[in-house]
Design a protein around this ligand. Structure first.
Ligand code: BG6
Length: 493
């Protein structure tokens, strides 16, 4: 299906637009998902000196689109894109020009305003969209994370945006929800009876969710310093993954039902306070180290700090969901920069068997594990015990059943294209409701507030290692291990 729409990317010359949105839109165009009758406007404080085509070529040189590039389609795509000079604080002739450019006789043609700008500009931009009548029924506004800095600022943004766009026209992006593998999690859970019976504290011992990155924060120092991993990754991506793993089956796989169920999970998260935070949440900051055989600088050097900073680049924590299904099941969440590997993975670890029926089987029975890898490839693995033919002493061995679910690459839309097209169609299933954002902030704010009050610095870890020792300790104290430590390697490798 080809979509025809008008898209305005506010901050069109910025990092997000150049690195993610434009390459995604071009790939969508080449794949026939974006019609050539669509119009894409990039707003920027400064217009272009030349024409769009060479500028786009430069953009794609920096971040090549997922598809092959060819001169003909690049020319056609460039014909759909216009860069316009526009201030985001005051109206004026430039806003009149935008309004004119967006005129159409077709009142059903979707108009998507993508705010790829700092949240401090959300309010004035929405006010101007309202003032120039660009928030009518065909319009939707897409808000890129981070949505605020804490609960209060997120609420203020939601209120301000809400004055001009009702909730059903407001699309809060968490690009993790646009990843094919994350949607597969819903398919897996809610179209296989196999899992439902096992999906609870009756059989599950604990769940680990890791988003590991080997990159540092280079290039984003302005944003990262003072933000940190808790706001950048836990408040949104990790908590959203937790919701999808833990939520009850929605009555229908539709936006309202899905979002309602996710919200219930966030509301059931056990509050962490005071000493509980010290015990259950670890934060770290990377120091210089080595990655892939090369020396890399520490965080302070990456962000050119003049004085020490308490901004965390690593978080590991233990959370509990206080409801019938998950009572007593710990959820260990972990994310960090400059870790030895880049992957996103959910590990469902089942309980040990209650009794070993054969004395000869010994004690080497590993618990079953179901591993859902979401990045860099989509992969499912089930670890289980089978008879060991090759050893007389070890009667059993652990094997792994592997399933590659990556599928046809050219059919994959990529998270940003997928989410833009969902916004075009008005489908909010993979977008975050205002209440979810606010509940997630409420939960992480308590932790951040505690850190700020204590003034203790984050623990140090060397770049290229799995974070501070305390993260390892968080598990071993519970007689558990992070999955990469258990297996020595990740599944399917
Ligand atoms: C972004 C964070 O939301 O997600 C970045 O701001 C992080 O700090 C990125 O690097 C990770 O996304 P992905 O899709 O590369 O795992």
């Amino acid at each position: 299906m080809q979509d025809v729409f008008d898209l305005v990317i506010f901050g069109g010359g910025g990092d997000l637009s150049r690195r993610k949105l434009l390459p995604a839109l071009y790939s969508g165009f080449v794949a026939g998902r974006v019609s050539k009758d669509s119009r894409i406007y990039l707003t920027s404080r400064k217009g272009l000196d030349g024409s769009t085509e060479p500028w786009l070529k430069d953009v794609f040189k920096e971040t090549p689109p997922a598809c092959e590039m060819d001169a003909k389609s690049l020319k056609e795509f460039a014909g759909m894109v216009r860069v316009i000079e526009l201030g985001l604080v005051d109206g004026g002739a430039d806003w009149e020009a935008l309004k004119d450019a967006l005129k159409t006789d077709d009142e059903t043609r979707p108009l998507v305003h993508f705010l790829a700008i700092p949240p401090s500009l959300f309010t004035s931009t929405c006010e101007l969209l309202g003032a120039y009548g660009l928030n009518g029924p065909r319009a939707r506004v897409v808000l890129e994370k981070p949505l605020g800095h804490d609960l209060e600022s997120a609420r203020a943004i939601n209120e301000d945006v809400g004055r001009f766009f009702p909730e059903n026209q407001t699309f809060r992006i968490d690009h993790y929800l646009g990843k094919e593998a994350v949607q597969n999690l819903l398919a897996l859970r809610f179209s296989n009876i196999l899992f439902e019976e096992l999906w609870s504290g009756r059989t599950i011992d604990h769940i680990q969710i890791t988003i590991a990155e080997n990159q540092g924060v280079q290039g984003r120092k302005g944003f990262y310093e003072g933000t940190g991993a808790m706001r950048d990754m836990v408040q949104n991506h990790l908590l959203q993954l937790l919701c999808l793993v833990a939520m009850e089956p929605p009555a229908r796989l539709e936006a309202d039902s899905i979002r309602e169920e996710k919200l219930k999970v966030l509301k059931s998260l056990k509050k962490l306070e005071g000493a509980d935070i010290d015990r259950n949440v670890v934060r770290g900051q990377y120091q210089s180290g080595a990655m892939f055989g090369e020396a890399v600088p520490g965080y302070a050097e990456d962000v050119e700090l003049e004085s020490p900073s308490n901004t965390e680049t690593f978080v590991a924590l233990k959370a509990h969901i206080e409801n019938w299904r998950w009572a007593g099941v710990p959820f260990y969440l972990r994310t960090g920069k400059r870790l030895p590997d880049r992957f996103a993975e959910i590990v469902i670890q089942f309980k040990q068997i209650p009794h070993s029926p054969h004395p000869g089987w010994g004690t080497n029975i590993s618990p079953n594990r179901f591993i859902i890898r979401m990045q860099p490839e989509d992969h499912l693995a089930l670890r289980m015990m089978v008879k060991n033919h090759s050893s007389a002493d070890e009667k059993l061995k652990e094997v792994e059943m592997n399933l590659d679910v990556t599928g046809d690459d050219h059919l994959r839309l990529g998270p940003y294209l997928r989410l833009i097209l969902d916004a075009v169609r008005g489908d909010q299933s993979l977008f975050v409701h205002r209440d979810e954002v606010e509940h997630a902030w409420r939960w992480v704010d308590r932790i951040i507030g505690h850190w700020e009050a204590s003034a203790e610095p984050p623990e140090s870890y060397q770049a290229g290692t799995w974070g501070p020792y305390e993260a390892h300790d968080l598990m071993t104290r519970d007689r558990r291990e992070w999955f990469h430590e258990t297996s020595g390697k990740r599944s399917g490798k």
